[in-house]
Each structure stands twice: as structure tokens, then as C-alpha cells.
Design a protein around this ligand. Structure first.
Ligand SMILES: Cc1ccnc(S(N)(=O)=O)n1
Ligand SMILES: [Zn+2]
Length: 261
């Protein structure tokens, strides 16, 4: 590929002992987004996002990342429009980041890594009864990806950063009862979209990816706070939670569409 040296297919990835590539996988994520190869689709609608901050439940460390989970028992925090044919409910959001600022994102743009990437995970509650069911279906999930770049301090992110010491170890959780994830989205509506997969187990090919063109800015201290988290549980030998991103996957027979010229 343009900028990706795919290692042996089916080699195991050290981070989560899962295959680098799914045997027979034709729509794996993440990918490099080659800006000039993306195709403007004038029929793509604006993405409509409506989150209810009181659906926020807790923040926890699951040993891959830290995630903020939401009450998805009703249509209270939803997205609709964009490339989506149904309404999708917010389930959780989490991040991927590097040990240093030179890498950390899962997707790349023209082979450029960002220091981190936010994923807001939603499931198709119109056609399926649960997230677990939707995970197995081609149109089951929609994940909004937002790149983080080094710059000004992000006040909205800071409330998350302040909670991280309480979830330093794997399988620790704290209540987090009001947070509006919209504050983590760039104001620019432009996005790329393509058919892909989850980037951590079960790696199922069930995700409509919506990658925002514009990054949000966070400062060095905020990125460093991510890096103080641990992959390991209390009592285990400490391993810093860094480089929790999956290697780039082959584009294969896919086209990335853009919502902008
Ligand atoms: C909920 C979930 C599970 C696994 N992987 C992802 S991700 N990184 O593709 O958003 N999300
Ligand atoms: Zn993710």
C-alpha cells in the first residue's frame, strides 16, 4: 500500500493478541485515507448529532483504553443522517494514543499519524435489539472518529483528564454522571466515510466509519495524562497504556467518500 508495510497476514498483534488481519477480511479498519483518492459524494447528508449529557454513566479502564459509557436503553443520545440510513444510539466513546506525539491515531490522512484519535461508538437501534446483536451486522455500528492534534488545552477534555487517576488500573471504574461528548467534536461538518470494522476484538466488519476532517486541539499535559494509564490491574507489574492502536489494514476494494469538495 501507499504507506503501509503489511506484516505477515494473520500475524498476532502484541497488544491484544488478535490477528493483525482477519482471515478473509475484506473491510478491516483502520486505513490510510488518501485525500486525493477520496470521492466527493453530493448525496451525503449533514450528520445530525443529538446527545443528552445526563445519559452519561461511568468512565472505566477496560485494559485497552479508557471509555465513557452511556445509557443506551432509549433514543436519548443519537446520530442520524450523514451516510447513515438509520438512527444510531451512542454506546460509548474511547481514545487511542501513542507513547510519543509522533503517532497514536488509528486512521492516517495521507500517511500522517495524529497523536491520538477519539472514537464515538453508536449502534443501529432501529434494526437491532442490542449493541451485542448489532456488532455482528454489516450496518450494525457507526463510529465517529475525531483526530487529536497538539495545540491549545481543551477545556471539555479536561473534565475527563481529571478523572483518569481514578481509573489508572485495568478494570477500575468511577461514576461519571454528566458529560456532553459534543464538546469533543470539531465545529467543521466535513467528514470522510467508508465501510470498515472494529479495530479491537471482535474486529467484526460492522462499522460505518465517519472520520471528521478537522482535528480538535489538546495540549501536551492532556496527552501525557492518557499515558499515565495502565494496561495492567492492581497488583500486576505495571505496563503503561500507550500505543493502543491497531496497524493500518489494506483498503482492498473500497472507496472512501467525502462530504466536502
Ligand atoms: C466498542 C468497540 C469495540 C471494539 N473496537 C471498537 S473501535 N476501536 O473500532 O471503535 N469499539
Ligand atoms: Zn477505537
Amino acid at each position: 500500500g501507499a504507506c503501509c508495510s503489511y506484516r505477515l497476514r494473520d500475524a498476532l498483534h502484541p497488544l491484544w493478541q488478535s490477528p493483525l488481519t482477519i482471515p478473509g477480511g475484506t473491510r478491516q479498519s483502520p486505513i490510510n485515507i488518501q485525500w486525493r483518492d477520496s470521492v466527493y459524494d453530493p448525496f451525503l447528508k449533514p450528520l445530525k448529532i443529538s446527545y443528552d449529557p445526563t445519559t452519561c454513566l461511568h468512565i472505566w479502564n477496560n485494559g485497552y483504553s479508557f471509555l465513557v459509557e452511556f445509557d443506551d436503553s432509549a433514543d436519548r443520545s443519537i446520530i442520524i443522517g450523514g451516510p447513515l440510513e438509520n438512527q444510531y444510539r451512542l454506546k460509548q466513546f474511547h481514545f487511542h494514543w501513542g507513547a510519543v506525539n509522533d503517532w497514536g491515531s488509528e486512521h492516517t490522512v495521507d500517511c500522517k499519524f495524529y497523536p491520538a484519535e477519539l472514537h464515538l461508538v453508536h449502534w443501529n437501534a432501529v434494526e437491532y435489539l442490542s449493541f451485542e446483536e448489532a456488532v455482528m451486522e454489516g450496518n450494525g455500528l457507526a463510529v465517529i472518529g475525531v483526530f487529536l492534534k497538539l495545540g491549545a488545552r481543551h477545556e471539555g477534555l479536561q473534565t475527563l483528564v481529571d478523572a483518569l487517576p481514578a481509573v489508572r488500573h485495568k478494570d477500575t471504574v468511577i461514576e461519571f454522571d454528566v458529560f456532553d461528548p459534543s464538546c469533543l467534536l470539531p465545529s467543521c461538518p466535513d467528514y470522510w466515510t467508508y465501510a470498515g470494522s472494529l479495530t479491537t476484538p471482535p474486529l467484526t466488519e460492522s462499522v460505518t466509519w465517519i472520520i471528521k476532517k478537522k482535528p480538535i486541539e489538546v495540549d501536551e499535559d492532556q496527552l501525557e495524562a492518557f499515558r499515565t494509564l495502565l494496561f495492567t490491574s492492581h497488583g500486576e507489574e505495571e505496563r503503561r497504556m500507550v500505543d493502543n492502536f491497531r496497524p493500518l489494514q489494506p483498503l482492498m476494494d473500497r472507496t472512501v467518500r467525502s462530504s466536502f469538495r
